[in-house]
Ligand binder design. Structure first.
Ligand SMILES: [Zn+2]
Length: 424
């Protein structure tokens, strides 16, 4: 057969808008009205600002168990999961059980230290030392799949974990965790924490806020304090952690959180936690079922004076064979990138779209005999990792299929070229 050339557009899938999605408010962007001033700060400023970048307040209110400022060099990654399934198609908020298993295995292989919420809080209080590159595993909402899918894997690894539950959903039907399941998990490393009573959408919170400050405070006391009381009554122990539903946080919530007895409150904005991180806005990497780079970022730690760097784990698979393979470590900086699309039914070859991170759209070719799209890099890769994405339509379809995205790694030392004028 005669080879056909097709311009292949390659998508760089780096910046995703999906990071801050709430777990059940699919598709709705999470708004963060970040408090720059709280009632304990006596600047007389109103307690909220316009939605802004998540810069954590430097000063915790005096009434709060504030973050200590003496840095111990320890960094913690907090992972946030939602739903799991062995058979359903992954979504942002639902990860395949197989991929979750691989991620837990990767945490072990990277030598990261999984800690409990109790250890995390004790560390934040300055009562306990933990190791650098620690990982706190959290799961929001209370889907039954936590028990059926995630829990067996976590138990096998002896990884402690935390469930952020909204109390209205406990025993709430076929897809919800039951009290009995939660109690059983508590005996095997699970910490119960709060995710409000009703899991309000940001629009609901805003409507409550518009009623006035007294009404809003009453509402927050009910959602934040009420859920804590109910969880403690049902499951015993102290509930010290709270995850903002949808990651939505306003300034009014912070003093009420302290009043209700919470010590650590979690957002959905990615980043590492240190001793200096505000306890009111602890970052979390929400691990999306549809994208793999967040887990890699979460498990990646730069080197410090006492620890070596970890590049982060690439846990992914593609629905069709690709080269270099996902997660592969290659020794050339000028690889040929290819995707075998022979198993794609009714592919419209003219529609094939590919991108390589750092190159944007690149002219690639489609070989009709092998049904493979490929392109050889024309400029040396300088990064440690390279992300590729391929997208296509089926014949007659107007919409593109979900892009096929993967990452491979470059061994920069092995790939060092003495003739290159620039050191790697
Ligand atoms: Zn949630």
């Amino acid at each position: 057969m005669k080879p056909t050339s097709t311009a292949l557009v390659i998508l760089v899938s780096t910046a995703l808008s999906a990071l801050a999605h709430g777990p059940i408010d699919h598709g709705e962007a999470t708004l963060i009205a970040q408090a720059s001033v709280t009632p304990a700060n006596n600047t007389g400023q109103p307690s909220t600002t316009a939605p802004s970048a998540p810069t954590a307040p430097n000063t915790a209110p005096a009434t709060a168990p504030g973050a200590t400022t003496n840095d111990d060099g320890v960094r913690v990654t907090v992972l946030g999961y939602h739903d799991f399934s062995k058979i359903k198609t992954p979504t942002e908020m639902l990860i395949s059980t197989g991929k979750f298993r691989k991620q837990m295995q990767a945490i072990k292989e990277l030598g990261l230290h999984v800690i409990s919420m109790e250890d995390f809080i004790a560390w934040k209080r300055g009562e306990k030392k933990i190791q650098d590159k620690s990982v706190l595993i959290t799961i929001d909402d209370g889907w039954k799949s936590v028990y059926t899918d995630a829990y067996p894997i976590l138990k096998e690894h002896k990884f402690p974990f935390t469930v952020f539950l909204y109390t209205n959903y406990i025993d709430g039907g076929a897809s919800a965790l039951t009290s009995a399941m939660i109690k059983e998990m508590q005996n095997n490393g699970c910490t119960v924490a709060s995710h409000s009573i009703s899991h309000p959408y940001p629009a609901t919170v805003k409507a409550e806020r518009a009623k006035g400050s007294d009404e809003f405070a009453t509402y927050l006391r009910k959602e934040m304090g009420g859920s804590r009381k109910e969880l403690e009554k049902k499951f015993g122990g102290k509930v010290n952690a709270y995850a903002y539903p949808g990651g939505y946080v306003t300034g009014e919530m912070l003093p009420i959180a302290t009043e209700c007895g919470y010590e650590c409150l979690f957002t959905v904005l990615p980043g590492k936690t240190t001793l200096a991180t505000s306890n009111f806005t602890i970052p979390r990497y929400v691990i999306l079922g549809t994208h793999d780079y967040i887990f890699r970022n979460a498990t990646s730690f730069s080197a410090t004076s006492t620890t070596a760097a970890t590049d982060g784990a690439i846990v992914q698979s593609t629905p069709h064979p690709v080269k270099p393979e996902p997660g592969a470590l290659i020794t050339t900086r000028l690889p040929t990138v290819s995707a075998d699309l022979s198993k794609v039914a009714n592919i419209d070859v003219e529609s094939i779209v590919m991108r390589v991170a750092g190159f944007g759209k690149v002219p690639a070719t489609y070989d009709a005999a092998s049904k493979t799209a490929s392109w050889t890099l024309n400029r040396r890769l300088r990064s440690r990792t390279c992300e590729v994405s391929v997208q296509w339509r089926t014949l007659g379809a107007t919409k593109y299929e979900q892009p096929m995205t993967w990452i491979f790694r470059i061994d920069r030392e092995a790939a060092y070229q003495p003739s290159s004028p620039i050191a790697p």
